[in-house]
Write a protein that binds this ligand. Structure first.
Ligand code: ZN
Length: 190
């Protein structure tokens, strides 16, 4: 991958990572969109994300479902695995790190990912467009805010960042040939 993710971006000054400034959101989301573009170029559902802890990217991911032939390899899952690996490599308690880590993602997390984020106690998710078919942060279910006392902790979402662009990328993907995808136009009856 040719993109440098290590450089810090201009305008970073906020000390409260759970209340990112618009400059911070802009900077991190740009990188998430870069990942999403890379997914699209590789025949994957264009979703890209970053997990940011203490102004540092600990995990970054894009959808890898077709490449891995594993339906669970959504961008968020790829990034989460990297955060867990970072914690192991650095001798850090992942529970401590994850509850101070913000997720920046181009599309609303699906139900599966929204549930994983809740179980891992991520405090904040910033996302682009809605996920009308599978969204777990309000579109289909509302996992961050539902009353689920034994399932992780509720979290906050900031939505709508560059949403139109994120939707356009999804439309481009669903228009093109994708040999591994189920026929998206056909509704299953069961
Ligand atoms: Zn997902």
């Amino acid at each position: 991958m040719g993109t440098e993710y290590e450089e810090s971006f201009p305008g970073e000054k906020s000390t409260n990572h759970f209340q990112p400034s618009s400059e911070e959101i802009q900077g991190w989301m740009q990188r998430a969109f870069d990942m999403s573009k890379e997914a699209l170029e590789n025949g994957e559902v264009p979703v890209g994300c970053l997990m940011v802890y203490n102004n540092e990217i600990l995990g970054k991911g894009r959808n890898e479902v077709n490449e891995t032939k594993n339906a669970t390899r959504h961008a968020e899952m790829v990034a989460l695995d990297q955060v867990l690996e970072w914690c192991r490599d650095n001798g850090r308690d992942s529970r401590e790190v994850l509850d101070q880590t913000v997720l920046y993602v181009t599309v609303e997390p699906c139900i599966m990912c929204a549930g994983a984020l809740r179980l891992l106690k991520i405090p904040l998710v910033v996302y682009g467009c809605k996920n009308e078919r599978f969204g777990g942060c309000g579109s289909v279910l509302n996992i961050p805010e539902d009353e689920l006392p034994h399932t992780g902790t509720p979290y906050k979402c900031i939505s709508g960042y560059r949403a139109e662009e994120a939707v356009e990328m999804l439309k481009t993907f669903y228009k093109q040939e994708n040999p591994n995808a189920p026929k998206s136009k056909v509704r299953k009856k069961d």
